[in-house]
Design a protein around this ligand. Structure first.
Ligand code: SAH
Length: 354
């Protein structure tokens, strides 16, 4: 980071203040804000005078990530970006095509400190939080590179959004701004591993995005084993917060459940999940469980469930009033499970040093 002003992290009102502080009229702020959100550099802001562009270059900086690597799936057109940030850190995004439009999955931190046992993003711990500009920059730069509008965002890449609370909230307001990308909150999903005080704080923000809760286990014993966060906020507390979120926003919660062979994908597991949901949620909100076959990482022994167990698990939930969908896996040929590319890059860089 430099002493320069991080202009891309600023909301329109803040850009106005900034313009005032450097002796520029207010309407300049609108022009600059629009330009930034197309991915333009200061030099490309062609309706600003040369003198102003020079002044901006001296005093401000746009923390756009640069494309370090790009992989296009031959199977389904999914595109994975490995970005290089200003300090050399790498994070990932995935661009996905759905029938309802293009969606991007973005990272919120460089690394993660939540320690989930099956997840590649947490292997090297957390290095730092991303700036609002760096989250926004992933969307802007992917859109610019693809030449196609992105209409949906999921915060399901590297990092725990509620462990970078202020910057994530700022990013959500930026990406929703009518003068910028103007992406509706209804087209944004935020996924959390279960940071309950984050969920409760978020309730007060009036940002009605879809909340995804990474549940992954039906009992506290198993959840604490594979997700350390459960030792701080157990399933009862987590489901309580999920219900409060639903009651306040009216937005349906989606529960992520990664199926790991022999661990949480058994008949008993399905029965326990139904019992847990009955006990702590009951009829207070509709329940939707998204089943995801685990994407095995080489550092851990977890294996994906058999198709047959997935089917049976889903059927059992459905029979008991829980809507269950099985996540379609996109881009399996390009390491599209977040965290895998960043690790590989870190590993390669280490090896190159020796
Ligand atoms: N920290 C947030 C968001 C990032 S992870 C969270 O935990 O929700 C996005 C989703 O991918 C989470 O549900 C996470 O548990 C899941 N995930 C992580 N590693 C995975 C793997 N190897 N296979 C399948 N899903 C995985």
């Amino acid at each position: 980071m430099t002493e320069k002003t991080d202009l891309l992290s600023m909301l329109p009102g803040e850009v106005e203040e900034y313009c005032k502080s450097i002796g520029e009229p207010r309407f300049r702020a609108g022009q600059i804000f629009k330009w930034m959100h197309t991915g333009a550099s200061f030099d490309e802001m062609s309706n600003l005078s040369k003198a102003l562009r020079e002044k901006l270059k001296e005093n401000a900086v746009l923390y756009f990530p640069e494309i370090a690597e790009k992989f296009v799936s031959a199977k389904d057109g999914t595109v994975k970006y490995l970005w290089r940030l200003y300090d050399g850190q790498n994070v990932e995004s995935v661009f996905m095509r759905y029938h309802h439009g293009n969606t991007i999955c973005i990272s919120t931190q460089a690394g993660c400190r939540m320690g989930c046992a099956f997840c590649a993003s947490t292997l090297g711990g957390k290095v730092r939080d991303l700036l609002p500009a760096e989250m926004l920059g992933q969307v802007i730069m992917a859109q610019r590179d693809m030449g196609e509008r992105i209409s949906g965002i999921v915060l399901m890449g590297i990092g725990e959004p509620f462990d970078n609370y202020e910057n994530v909230v700022k990013f959500l307001r930026l990406v929703n701004d009518p003068a910028g990308l103007n992406i509706g909150y209804r087209h944004i999903s935020l996924s959390t591993c279960g940071v309950v005080d984050g969920i409760d704080r978020f309730l007060g923000e009036d940002i009605p995005v879809t909340l995804s809760v990474s549940l992954h286990a039906p009992t506290d014993a198993l959840r604490s084993e594979i997700m350390p966060i459960n030792r701080k906020w157990n399933i009862e507390k987590l489901l309580g917060a999920a219900v409060r979120y639903f009651e306040k926003t009216g937005r349906r919660i989606s529960f992520e459940y990664t199926l790991i062979a022999g661990k949480n994908d058994t008949k008993e597991g399905a029965q326990q999940l139904v019992a847990t949901m009955r006990k702590y949620v009951g009829r207070r909100m509709p329940i939707h469980v998204n089943l995801i076959p685990v994407n095995p990482i080489k550092e851990r022994e977890f294996e994906a469930s058999e198709q047959e167990s997935i089917k049976k698990f889903a059927e059992y939930l459905e029979k008991n009033g829980i809507v269950a969908t099985v996540r379609r896996t996109l881009g399996p040929d390009i390491n599209a499970s977040c965290g895998q590319l960043r690790n590989k890059k870190n590993q390669d860089e280490k090896n190159a040093l020796h």
